[in-house]
Design a protein around this ligand. Structure first.
Ligand SMILES: *Cc1c(COP(=O)(O)O)cnc(C)c1O
Length: 383
């Protein structure tokens, strides 16, 4: 009988036991493509590493455990995981998605899957009615990203889940920004959780990897079929690195959240800052929802310097020294980004600005350095 572990224990032990061969405490990196068979079909559960690999299997069990799901699946990247989810659909099917979402997700939906006959509706999700209004007889899936990137809107997962159930739609949640330390969408009624494990789960800016977690055996079977048939799987080394990252997820996230709070408050009190987007503020429009569904407010925030235009924002991000100007997020080191020219450059300006991603917006992924050093760096860059 397997005892159900609390979250902090699950990150370390979830679905894992010492390796039976030599007792290795960490699952070994099974760097192999194939497995010896004694007779055709006579194998130990592993035939070919696109289908199964023991290091990847260990990671998949860990993923399921930390999201409180039954099944985990690992992919070569977050976008490969999303690609697999979209392949559950057929031409003519429609998807309702958050309007302010990761640029790469928008590009995958509009530039790849629209070409295969799927239709996407991008809507604000502050009110459930906005989502309900976009439902028609072809709708099959609701895609939620929360907190949203980079505007930090928080979508009420349980309310959308209730709507999805009522209309028999699948609800998928991109949980990359929050991580399961902060919110567990399956517990809130979602059918599918997706991660860019590249970010908080792996946590050290050294791997690209994607994840899907589900409870339904049927969904698991269909997604595992796509995983093997389309073949976008991660290698054993990347699976190992992600597994190692997950073991410290809870301690890293605790510090990410503490530091982001200090940075958010510093910026909010700064005379040269116009606006700070962080769900922990009581005046944040979705603060109540955030308090209800999140254990903490995360390590991400965005801000707009007073009177700044495109050039002024670029000047600030260039002046930062401890914050690295880079794409991505969720690593132990602090990163700064300029969405309009970086992560969200693939979204047309008009659509981008409709959701608030203006030219002067700066996004921070607050790392786990000393908070005072981060503040000193922001102070000198803002001037
Ligand atoms: C990075 C990211 C993705 C894409 O993941 P990759 O691992 O880069 O393919 C998807 N969603 C969100 C919210 C992300 O931040």
């Amino acid at each position: 009988m397997e005892k159900k572990l609390r979250f902090n224990s699950a990150t370390i032990h979830g679905g894992q036991a010492p390796d039976p061969a030599f007792g290795a405490v960490m699952p070994p990196i099974y760097q192999t493509s194939t497995y010896a068979q004694s007779t055709p079909g006579g194998h130990k559960g592993f035939e070919y590493s696109r289908t199964h690999n023991p290091t990847r299997s260990a990671l998949e069990k860990s993923l399921a455990s930390i999201e409180n799901g039954k099944h985990g699946l690992a992919f070569a990247s977050g976008l490969a995981a999303m690609d697999a989810i979209m392949k559950l659909l057929q031409p003519g099917d429609e998807v309702i998605s958050t309007n302010d979402l990761y640029g790469g997700s928008y590009r995958l939906f509009t530039k790849i899957f629209e070409g295969f006959g799927l239709k996407f509706h991008f809507v604000g999700m502050n009110e459930v009615a906005q989502v309900e209004a976009a439902i028609n007889k072809n709708t099959k899936l609701i895609w939620v990203e929360t907190p949203t990137n980079p505007m930090m809107n928080v979508v009420d997962i349980s309310s959308i889940a209730a709507l999805a159930k009522q209309h028999q739609l699948l609800l998928a949640v991109d949980n990359t920004f929050a991580s399961p330390y902060i919110q567990q969408p399956l517990n809130l009624g979602a059918d599918i959780v997706m991660h860019s494990a590249t970010k908080y789960l792996a946590g050290h800016s050294d791997v690209i990897l994607g994840a899907i977690i589900v409870n339904s055996d049927d969904l698991h079977q269909r997604l595992a079929f796509i995983q093997n048939a389309s073949g976008a799987v991660p290698g054993p080394m990347d699976s190992f690195l992600t597994l190692r990252g997950i073991k410290t997820l809870h301690v890293r996230l605790q510090r990410h959240c503490e530091n982001a709070k200090v940075v958010a408050q510093y910026l909010a009190n700064h005379s040269k800052i116009e606006k700070v987007y962080w769900p922990g503020f009581e005046h944040h429009p979705n603060h109540e929802v955030a308090k209800k569904q999140m254990n903490d407010f995360g390590g991400m925030l965005s801000f707009i310097p007073k009177g700044a235009d495109f050039k002024a924002a670029i000047k600030i991000v260039e002046a930062l020294q401890l914050f690295t100007l880079a794409e991505s997020l969720g690593g132990v080191e602090s990163l700064a980004g300029h969405p309009a020219s970086m992560t969200h450059a693939s979204i047309p300006k008009a659509i981008r600005e409709e959701s608030g991603v203006v030219d002067a917006l700066i996004r921070l992924s607050v790392g786990i350095e000393d908070a005072q050093d981060l503040i000193d760096d922001l102070a000198q860059a803002i001037g």
